[in-house]
Ligand binder design. Sequence first.
Ligand code: ADP
Length: 322
Amino acid sequence: MIRFEDVAKQYQDDTFAVKSLNLEVKKGEFFVLIGPSGSGKTTTLKMINRLIPLTDGTIYIADKRISDYDINELRWNIGYVLQQIALFPHMTIEENIAVVPELIKWDKERIKNRVTELLDMVGLDPSIYRKRKPKELSGGEQQRIGVIRALAADPEIILMDEPFSALDPITREKLQDDILALQRKINKTIVFVTHDMKEALKLGDRICVMKNGKMEQVGTPEELLDQPANDFILNFVGEGKKLHNERVKLEKIAKPYGDDIKIENLADSIPETATIKSILERLATEEQLPVEKNGEIIGVINREILIQYLSDQLNERGQAHE
Ligand code: ADP
């Protein structure tokens, strides 16, 4: 869907913000760019919608060079969410959401219905919220509007630059859950910038770790935790890696073994107390695993449950990269 071929961005003072970047974001993928401050994440993101021009290489969207798109067509087909969303203060929420649909001349009825649909989608009652002004909303609610405004004209691609980092931890987690649920429903291609590993592990289908304008490693959350390419990744994944060799009491997190789950073979199970590493290795090839305690299956565990557990652990320890 989005392909970078030998892409570089060099500023006039000779700084390379991004160096020979090659990567491909697949259609429908939740792709996270992570790295320390100054590693080139925002530059990478902004080159996609031509907010920053590249100095070398090519970016393709749907196999067409971004330079061959009409700039307006390109921007309207790519939603963009920023950390500090700039809602227009004098416009109502409805007018704010309607900006791009109006630009591309949707009729009034269609826009109205779309606003209703989007507000419903993020749990904000349209009859209450559509006529409000941005300052009558909490920070978390405003950020939710920022997200649905980016979705308004139904773009294929959504770029998100640290969209939740200015929010308190509880609101932030809620919005992370929302965006995951939303992604499952609408199946857009999302490129998401963060410097928070917890967030990356929770949200990403794949994570690209950047350092000094270069891609250090790209892989699924399991791959980064399990096979860090070098010491930088190892440190960056930090707490996650330490967690790796710890044992989990699976009884506490496993889904109860109910009628809906059919498991024939006890030999395929994983013991109730297992290291995270061993669970990850099994989940790399299997969708779910039966959990065994005293010769009986007591439940099942899958990737989603494990990643949520890892994310909760990192949160509790509060030592991940903030
Ligand atoms: P990140 O998003 O990972 O924090 P950026 O993409 O914003 O990183 O920046 C990457 C590098 O490019 C940094 O070293 C930054 O100082 C540099 N940079 C960004 N914008 C400019 C600019 N307009 N002129 C010169 N250097 C810049």
